[in-house]
Design a binder for this molecule. Structure first.
Ligand code: CDM
Ligand code: ATP
Length: 295
């Protein structure tokens, strides 16, 4: 009946202040997030059927293909809420590393919601309203809502309160680099609870963001991530590389709960230099990828 190919970008948190724990157990945060031109691809095919069903194939065999995969869960949620009796087949071509803080799974979920919404519109069927999509995305994961937007956003609350950013980040060039180990998001938040010394004051975080928005601070100066202290003290690999990047005056940060990091690069030669340092410190098994911030 219909098919569509959807790009599912990775995200980076250019500023991430975790403020503390809320009553629901989740953490309150303030974060500037941008999507980048590197990501996964999903091919979605739908057919009318007598009952709703979802089938997922994934190029990465280490990932599940049942409802514990966020792409599957998103399709199932969409069908359940819209009442559409569709047979949905998804082929997921995975490039974004997991356990990386790049929001890969969350991005896949939101890409499925965007793709199915478009297919519903093409078929003249009633899919989900924008509000319903946002609600479902927030249920699927704290990072999912941001991927329903086309531009960089500031997220607050648990990640579900989004506001547009009026300073452009379009085209900002970065190099992504991830060590061979991954960091689990649950572990990362757990270590903030255990340490208790990583939370930021809301007023400090809002002041910095406002200074950046008004042009009084460069994007390099804004870079901050509450998770770095815990991650860097557990994994010594970070300090060695970040020390060298600081010497070269290349603004760099870990993204989200890690373990992927990024550098803001101003030229091709600076990107080469970063790639060289990553190879030197982390070896051949490190993931390295150039990208640009979208929109
Ligand atoms: C670190 C970030 O990537 C920053 O953008 C996100 O906050 C993580 O979002 P996510 O991976 O979608 O996280 P979820 O799948 O919703 O939650 C994973 C785990 O992290 C904890 N978690 C997540 C988000 C949040 N604001 N507070 C939390 O404490 C939850 O208790 C949960 O055990
Ligand atoms: N479509 C998907 N892509 C990647 N990981 C997925 C997907 N669906 C479920 N997962 C699960 O999510 C886990 C990675 O989540 P984790 O929070 O540790 O890392 P992350 O890179 O910060 O991911 P995210 O920010 O997308 O939640 C993997 O172990 C994987 O089993």
């Amino acid at each position: 009946m219909g098919q569509i190919e959807v790009f599912s970008p990775a995200k980076i948190n250019l500023f991430l202040s975790v403020l503390g724990r809320m009553e629901n157990g989740f953490h309150e945060l303030v974060s500037l997030v941008g999507q980048v031109d590197f990501g996964d691809t999903l091919r979605i095919e739908v057919e009318e059927a007598s009952a709703a069903s979802v089938e997922l194939r994934c190029s990465d065999e280490s990932l599940p293909t049942d409802r514990s995969n966020l792409a599957y869960a998103a399709a199932e949620g969409f069908l359940l809420r819209s009442g559409l009796n569709w047979r949905v087949r998804i082929e997921l071509e995975k490039r974004i590393p997991h356990g990386a803080g790049l929001g890969g799974g969350s991005s896949n979920a939101s890409a499925v919601l965007r793709g199915l919404s478009e297919l519903a519109e093409d078929a003249g069927a009633l899919g989900l309203s924008r509000g319903e999509r946002l609600e479902l995305a927030a249920e699927l994961g704290s990072d999912c809502p941001l991927f329903l937007e086309k531009r960089p956003v500031v997220m607050r609350g648990r990640g579900e309160l989004l506001s547009a950013v009026d300073r452009s980040l379009a085209g900002v060039e970065i190099v992504l680099f991830k060590p061979s180990f991954s960091i689990n998001t649950g572990w990362a938040y757990g270590s903030l609870i255990k340490r208790g010394d990583c939370y930021d004051e809301s007023a400090w975080a809002e002041e910095r963001l406002a200074a950046w928005r008004d042009g009084g601070m460069s994007t390099g100066e804004l870079l901050h991530n509450s998770f770095e202290k815990a991650a860097f003290s557990k994994y010594v690999a970070f300090d060695a590389l970040f020390g060298k990047l600081r010497e070269k005056k290349v603004a760099s940060l870990m993204s989200g709960s890690g373990s992927c990091c990024f550098s803001l690069v101003r030229s091709d030669s600076e990107a080469n230099e970063v790639e060289g340092l990553v190879g030197e410190c982390w070896g051949e098994r490190a993931f390295v990828q150039r990208a640009r911030v979208l929109g």
